[in-house]
Write a protein that binds this ligand. Sequence first.
Ligand SMILES: Nc1nc2c(c(=O)[nH]1)N[C@H]1C(S)=C(S)[C@@H](COP(=O)(O)OP(=O)(O)OC[C@H]3O[C@@H](n4cnc5c(=O)[nH]c(N)nc54)[C@H](O)[C@@H]3O)O[C@H]1N2
Ligand SMILES: Nc1nc2c(c(=O)[nH]1)N[C@H]1C(S)=C(S)[C@@H](COP(=O)(O)OP(=O)(O)OC[C@H]3O[C@@H](n4cnc5c(=O)[nH]c(N)nc54)[C@H](O)[C@@H]3O)O[C@H]1N2
Ligand SMILES: [Mo]
Length: 679
Amino acid sequence: MKRRLTCPLDCPDACSLLVTVEEDRLVKVEGDPNHPITQGFACVKTYRYPERQHHPLRPLHPMRRKGSKGSGVWERITWDEALDAIAERLKAVLDAYGGEAVLPYHYAGTMGLVEQQHPLAFFRAIGASELDETICATAGAAGWEAAYGSPRYGVDPEDVPHARFVILWGINSLATHSHLTPKLKAARKNGAHIVHIDPYENKTSRFADEHIKIRPGTDAALAYALAHVIFAEGLEDRAYLERAAQGVAAFRAAAMEWPPERAERVTGVPAERIRRLAREFAAARASFVRVGYGMTRHPGGASALRAVVLLPALIGAWQYPGGGALLTTSGAFPLNRARLGGAHLLTDPPAPKGYLRPNPRARHVNMNQLATALNALDDPPIQVLFVFNSNPLVVAPNTNGVRKGLMREDLFVVVLEQAMTETAQYADILLPATTFLEHPDLYTAYGHYYLSWNDPVLEPAGEARPNTWVFRELAKRLDLEEETLYWDAERVARSLLDTDHPWLEGITLERLRREGFVRLNLPRPFLPFKDGANTPSGRIAFDPPPPVILTEPEPEYPLILLTPPAHSFLNTTYGHLERLVAAEGGEPVLWMHPVDAEARGLVDGQRVRIRSRHGAVIRRLRVTEAPMPGTVVLEGTWWGVWAPDREPINVLTGEHLTDMGGGSTFHSNPVEVEPAPEA
Ligand SMILES: Nc1nc2c(c(=O)[nH]1)N[C@H]1C(S)=C(S)[C@@H](COP(=O)(O)OP(=O)(O)OC[C@H]3O[C@@H](n4cnc5c(=O)[nH]c(N)nc54)[C@H](O)[C@@H]3O)O[C@H]1N2
Ligand SMILES: Nc1nc2c(c(=O)[nH]1)N[C@H]1C(S)=C(S)[C@@H](COP(=O)(O)OP(=O)(O)OC[C@H]3O[C@@H](n4cnc5c(=O)[nH]c(N)nc54)[C@H](O)[C@@H]3O)O[C@H]1N2
Ligand SMILES: [Mo]
């Protein structure tokens, strides 16, 4: 039987899938031909979801650690035993230390609002430390909002075929946003020229008409040089800027400091190329800049993104269908989030009662600094870590620090998972979670404008349970009297849809259930910043001009390591599927330019030791002209187990944050590379 479901994974495409189930098994996944973005094809990874759904590494019942921490020796227990043990430990910690000694760690294993966000209500009800969800998008968000305000949205991907010039800037969209590709092809057929700006050659560079290699962390300088040419040659749209923008004079003055020759020295992009790009971009008018998060994962990432996304405004591109910029569409979903995840417990807390102890001033922990939180936080120290929807041992910076924290004898670790991840190995209690096939949920998107609803199509495998079920059961055991903790998925969805916003008018749970996905009530074409923006002034903010903050190597660590996504993985979610591992070459490999290899006496295929100030890992080397000289690349956040030394790449990355938004800096790692002995 074929059923329609939205893909729950953390990807802009939020595909509509047709899944075939036979009895209790998922046998096939296909793309839905009726969805205007999915257009009938799924990605290489999601075709493999049946293998993930029924993988031997999927935990099917609760387990308690029997051996030492991290040993992976377990005993099976019942749900009651597991929940009672967790509740008992929570009560003891809440009595002895208070709520802040509890830290939830969660991110985007599922994008469903019910299973992703509503569990937070439990932690807010007990006054737990508040986790700032900064690992991915907050630097980009801060940069975007500084220019266009909040909420954040941009060009409709369905308008992209009208674009006349396209820059894919800091995004490997053919790998990470593959359903943009048909829109790009349509634009190209209509005459658009496509440029990719990225420090290394990848699938997207090969698809584009031109690839401009840029030194990592220098995008603001390139943006200013483009603006320099635009101003110097009078290519800006003065009437538009007059009407829709503010602070252009200050921005112009800053741009005048960046003649293309200066930018060439900083970015590595030839001055003549910069001039030509500026002219072509300005002449096309309906120019579209699709920015990804790549450029934001640097110390100056938010400012860089802001400088880049101001460029289409400078030439008035927002007035034309397909013209403008797009980082995310997520802000266009005007759902009523007042009670989602107990948001009201932070703004309008009820009086404490028993273990109900909401605390709007609870300590915040930046999720990029988990290692420090576990090892150094005091007053109170973290005593309970509850992990769900995330795999921090592999995805968070400074793996050695995270592992040290997880090994603490006095720390109680609960992991609620669909897979026996390398994080799950460190659990004191491991709980089995349902997948998107087994629980209902409501989905927005960050790469298009369709809202959707999934009804489950399979019974939970084994004893797996939804996140929200687990937290309801714990809430009961702590006698928490807070109504929203006990809401089921439908009740959460109805609360989210309870709004008068015109973009959601007529979109009810019944309609979503009937149609599967529904487009927000947005005009076509969608020209959101034709006359201004969502900033407090109502104008696109060019001032204060974004500062240029560069990513610099260090004398002892002269290379910059980028760690972008792999085509066949989705963060670590598919990292245990043998066929996808094989498709990625079987093991993680470091790419290095011949110039850098020669300087170190390194040859293609040999083993190397990569070290940073945070640690060292062993990888095999590929010598290739794909990266810029001075830049090395390792694609994919692989499970450690596939590497020669079984160590994840985040052994090398640090906790330093971006200029705004407290974001991660996964592409700005100074490293050195040296020969390593063969095994
Ligand atoms: N196949 C696949 N798809 C995915 C994911 C996945 O793991 N695999 N992950 C999903 C998630 S969670 C996210 S957030 C998105 C992320 O996807 P993207 O938004 O594409 O962001 P990144 O992967 O961080 O970086 C994209 C590109 O930026 C480049 N880059 C790095 N530093 C710089 C710089 O300083 N300047 C410029 N111009 N470019 C730079 C990188 O080399 C990389 O090619 O993809 C989603 N989609
Ligand atoms: N070096 C480096 N590190 C990176 C990145 C990088 O580019 N380079 N990318 C960063 C980015 S952009 C992101 S977004 C983060 C991603 O970090 P995470 O959000 O942690 O993503 P995943 O690694 O996919 O792990 C998600 C886990 O959630 C589980 N899961 C899925 N659905 C459910 C559910 O319904 N319930 C429960 N309980 N569990 C579920 C999955 O089994 C999976 O193990 O990683 C970051 N880390
Ligand atoms: Mo992400």
